[in-house]
Design a protein around this ligand. Sequence first.
Ligand code: HEC
Length: 198
Amino acid sequence: MTHPEQTPQQKREHADPDEGSRPLPWFLTMFLGAMAMWGAFYIYATPSGEESSYGDQRTVAALRPPVKVAGAAAAGDGKQVYGSKCAACHQATGLGVSGVFPPLAGSEWVVGDEKILTHILLHGVAGEMAVKGAVYKGVMPAWKTMSDDELAAVMSYIRSDWGNQAAPIKPDTVKAQREATKARNEPYKGGQELQSGS
Ligand code: HEC
């Protein structure tokens, strides 16, 4: 870039520095490429459903929620339904609130006739009913908006916790009682009407 008019001092100067593009060194590019390929291969080649020698060794199958068996009410689901729909009144302990909400633990209604229990749940109760020797006169809401499965599950749950020991109730039973009492659109008027079996 010499120019006739440049002075000797100018010629002595270095050229102005300029910023060129500086590519990654080739070995780094190749290294990164090799890493990416190895990573892809590793993911592709690692079996994902088998028991792993890493972590807590649970398999994919073990992490899946349990499959529901048709016809069997899962007590686990029942506990969840109970927690969200019933515990506010009957309490998580199943002991209820003295004088206001009757206990389910040790209740003759809970472990008794499955049809009557199903009637209580489907249509509710508003009137006098005796539970474990104490008379309650409150309002038990109707739960007929719940599915047969859900009702069977929650009833099976309350029949098996807090020391209660009664056989689970099948969704078919709920279905049959729903059909048998479909004309009813008001709560039972108390223990006596429930016992009469209508
Ligand atoms: C708003 C409060 C309330 C909720 C929520 C409630 N109950 Fe009740 N339940 C009552 C009352 C009050 C009675 C007593 C009714 C009466 O005195 O006529 C009762 C009675 C009962 C009875 C018969 C009496 C006994 O203690 O055994 C059962 C069984 C029962 N409830 C189960 C349930 C289940 C299961 C759920 C949830 C799906 C539920 N209840 C939700 C208030 C409630």
